[in-house]
Design a protein around this ligand. Structure first.
Ligand code: BGC
Ligand code: BGC
Length: 838
């Protein structure tokens, strides 16, 4: 088989050191017409419920905005509508480009440390604020606002209280609890100087394959609809109160508008294919109480409706949200989401603002976006009236929040009161939320509640594992890579159980693999999904596969030990074999920092009252089973949940698992072989095969941690030769490129390259882009140690790769000599430093 020729074509690179990628910006490019020219995706606002404005405009505020607008430069107006990520912007940039806002993406933290201490957050907030207020000639000074995903507590900051993710709160069916959680979260954000949360998610989730299922309160609109107002009032305070949007309160965001949970196949950033009435009736109800409660910002969804990206949908953004619903706050975009609008790129997209977007979330793209947007404002592609309206909305929110007079974040109420992060009261509230969120699915012979005076074995890889129990959006975007010491104000499930058992005079033993010396009276086995976020959590079905935990449950059963399964997950999953193998089964979702809340329930400190917010599947391919379906046939219905006095017996269930093609787009090479659907090919450019003979290049198995878990590639130097991972059908990596995912290679270099080496990604005929690698490999050869090279996918995109059709995700070419061992090549959220391609 021949490698597509383009994949190994000569590259236009020059210097390796900086990985500098030249890219030009087309400043005056005319924008494609806005997206609602596609009629299937054009809503008719008259079909949507009318709603009056929440508040009459305050004439003093509007006058002040008029004055500000009159005094602002065009540059300042453009800066105001752009939000940059703290990983890609300095406070000096905020000053120079007049940026209106910054955010910290899930992987961005002060100083680049995922576990930066709270005081560093506050210092960063002060620095950004000071930059925005630094005198600049005659220009008015406008305070910056900082947005953060405080989606289950102030989850980016070490020591914060971590509430159960929304899926668990949905099970609680308790709006008052939700109000108090909002209030506690707002205070913890204020402690670190932050103004604004990108929460609540009001998604109604219809297909549990979606990696964001746990961010939604449920599959029917009613739960999110009943929670929207209390949560927003908890976060923002109540309209009319003196401390609305200030003091202990912050600004909230309803997201993601609209239809994020309704995409085809549960695909993240996918397409909600449905008639207008369905979009309206299933997905919009929670937004109405959110607006009534005065939510000040709404985030636009990454997803499409009938093939058109929401960021370009004027009929919904302007027609419905602003005109029909009289929303007078501002619409913020999602992470470079504007770049996905037809005819746009992340750095050039007037169409989104024309459609109604007020603030671009342009994490790493802000600088070029600023330039192109300025040009569009000058030439009228972005009409001045629209720009002024966007700025007006942002200023209105800042004025309502009192930011112009608030002083620096550390001087505001609660600023720097670090003792409030993970305070006793907040943790007690989180523990209460855990108790209310657990759903009891099985309780054969009334095994629960357990007696804490008993001898109890606590097993499973989730028992003493805060990473797992807190889930995604915890200190890091994916929630991975954390360690026990990152959670000073938390208790694992094991720790919670141990404390209660000890207090009652019983005995508890922790044994993740379930081995014991003294036979226990009962075993609690905690297991479940590893953390994930967004599309990285998308799955081909809802079958839960975990042979280790299943074997553990079965062996305990065989030994006559009654077992309680505690299942951690971000969605309802097919677990029939696990239900069969356990006596009691508790869906614990992603409970957060308070493992003691789980212990409370197991020992009967409170009665189970959680009710399923999502229907529980009967088969592993029942991915979109929702209450109200015509042929509704789940294993446990929406709203199901036992109490400990109910008959909790369950007849044996079928263990037949529907098969799926589980292709992991992220694995290019691992465990000694190419990822599924991929092959390793070698040879001269244009003549690759699996076994070309040793003339130019050869491949042999090599050992790193296990036998033949790696491949040794040796280029002889007798001519130009390539080693490539190729696939028959192209992969769409465009979503993966819109963020910080990287191609990560683990290599060891035994003989340094004797000539330049190129690393290339290919996307079909005459389509490729890449980087020189020689200097890096030479460096690696000096230590002869395993070296990790991580190149952000967006660098390949900038280098010309069409990420929507990658055919050769990796090829390495040289005409010189080179001896290199490759142990893994993956597309991942990088755990270490990445190369820069600015
Ligand atoms: C997510 C949003 C989030 C934003 C900022 C996006 O990828 O879709 O929910 O608020 O990133 O982190
Ligand atoms: C950020 C997230 C963001 C995601 C978008 C990540 O790099 O940390 O906040 O939601 O990219 O794909």
């Amino acid at each position: 088989m021949n490698l597509p020729r383009g994949a190994v074509m000569a590259l236009g690179f020059t210097s390796l050191a900086a990985l500098t990628i030249p890219h030009s910006v087309t400043v005056a490019a005319a924008q494609a017409p806005v997206a609602d020219s596609v009629s299937a995706a054009r809503a008719n606002p008259a079909n949507w419920p009318a709603r009056p404005a929440t508040l009459a405009l305050d004439s003093a505020v509007e006058r002040r905005i008029d004055e500000l607008l009159a005094a602002m430069s065009l540059e300042q107006k453009v800066g105001q509508i752009i939000q940059a990520d703290i990983g890609s912007v300095t406070s000096d940039d905020v000053y120079r480009y007049h940026l209106g806002s910054v955010l910290n993406g899930g992987n961005s933290d002060p100083g680049g440390r995922y576990n930066a201490p709270a005081k560093d957050w506050l210092a960063a907030a002060d620095a950004f604020y000071a930059a925005s207020m630094r005198p600049n000639g005659k220009l008015p000074r406008i305070p910056v606002i900082w947005g953060s995903d405080a989606v289950h507590g102030h989850n980016n900051v070490v020591g914060a209280t971590l509430f159960p993710h929304n899926i668990g709160l949905g099970a609680a069916r308790n709006p008052d609890l939700i109000r108090r959680i909002g209030a506690a979260t707002a205070i913890e954000m204020r402690v670190t100087g932050l103004d604004w949360t990108f929460a609540p998610t009001l998604a109604v989730v219809r297909d549990d394959r979606w990696g964001r299922t746990y961010e939604g309160f449920g599959e029917a609109p009613e739960i999110a609809t009943s929670y929207a107002a209390p949560l927003i009032e908890g976060l923002q305070g109540r309209i009319g109160d003196k401390d609305w949007l200030r003091g202990p309160h912050i600004i909230a965001t309803a997201k993601h508008f609209l239809g994020d949970g309704g995409t085809h196949g549960g695909k993240d950033q996918g397409d909600a294919e449905m008639p207008e009435a369905q979009l309206r009736d299933l997905f919009s109800p929670p937004y109405l109480p959110a607006l009534d409660a005065g939510v000040q910002s709404v985030m636009v969804s990454f997803s499409s409706w009938n093939g058109v990206k929401m960021h370009g949908n004027r009929s919904l953004l302007t027609g419905v949200m602003k005109e029909r619903w009289n929303f007078d706050g501002f619409l913020v975009g999602d992470w470079n989401g504007h770049g996905q609008v037809a005819g746009c790129t992340a750095t050039d997209c007037a169409a989104a603002a024309v459609a109604g977007l007020d603030m671009y979330m342009a994490p790493d793209s802000w600088k070029d976006l600023y330039r192109t947007t300025l040009a569009h404002a000058r030439d009228g592609t972005l009409p001045m009236a629209r720009l002024d309206d966007a700025v007006r909305r942002i200023l209105r929110v800042k004025l309502r929040a009192g930011l112009f007079e608030a002083g620096k974040p550390s001087d505001r109420p609660y600023g720097g009161r670090f003792e409030l992060l993970g305070s006793k009261e907040h943790r007690a509230l989180a523990r209460e939320a855990v108790r209310e969120s657990l759903v009891l699915l099985k309780n054969a012979s009334g095994l629960l509640p357990l007696k804490p005076e008993a001898t109890i074995l606590v097993a499973g890889d989730g028992a003493d594992n805060l990473t797992k129990q807190t889930g995604g959006w915890t200190l890091s975007w994916q929630g991975t890579g954390t360690k026990r010491s990152d959670f000073p104000n938390a208790e694992s499930i094991w720790e919670g159980i141990a404390a209660e058992v000890k207090a009652a005079g019983g005995s508890a033993m922790l044994s993740p693999d379930g081995r014991y010396t003294k036979k226990p009276d009962v075993a609690i086995v905690v297991f479940g999904e590893d953390p994930y976020a967004e599309f990285q959590g998308d799955r081909p079905d809802v079958g839960y596969d975990d042979p280790k935990s299943l074997a553990l449950l079965r062996s305990l059963k065989a030994e006559g030990v009654p077992t309680v399964a505690v299942f951690l997950s971000g969605r309802a999953m097919w677990v029939n074999p696990f239900l069969n193998a356990s006596d009691a089964f508790v869906a614990a979702w992603l409970p957060g920092s308070e493992g003691g809340g789980v212990a409370d329930m197991l020992f009967g400190k409170a009665e189970f009252r959680g009710k399923l917010p999502y229907s529980w599947p009967k088969t592993s391919d029942q991915t979109a089973v929702n209450v109200g379906d015509a042929d509704y046939d789940p294993l446990f219905a929406y709203g199901f949940g036992l109490t400990s006095t109910d008959n909790g017996d369950l007849a044996p269930l079928s263990e037949a698992r529907a098969s799926v093609a589980a292709v992991d787009p992220g694995v290019l090479f691992a465990a000694g072989k190419p990822g599924s659907g991929r092959r390793l090919l070698l040879g001269a450019p244009g003549a690759l095969s699996t076994n070309p003979g040793p003339q130019l290049i050869e491949a042999r198995g090599a050992d790193r941690a296990a036998q033949e878990d790696s491949v040794r590639l040796r280029w002889t130097g007798a001519g130009t030769a390539v080693a490539a991972i190729v696939q028959d059908s192209p992969t769409d990596l465009s979503r993966q490129s819109n963020g910080d995912l990287a191609l990560e290679l683990d290599v060891r270099v035994d003989t340094p390259p004797s000539a330049e080496v190129s690393l290339v990604m290919g996307c079909g005929a005459k389509c490729a882009g890449g980087f020189p690698l020689r200097a890096m490999l030479t460096e690696a050869a000096k230590s002869r140690k395993w070296t990790r090279i991580a190149i952000p996918l967006r660098c390949f995109e900038k280098a010309g790769v069409d990420m929507a059709r990658v055919e050769t995700p990796l090829s390495i070419t040289t005409s010189g000599k080179l001896d290199l061992i490759l142990s893994s090549a993956r597309i991942v959220s990088p755990s270490g430093p990445v190369l820069q391609c600015k």
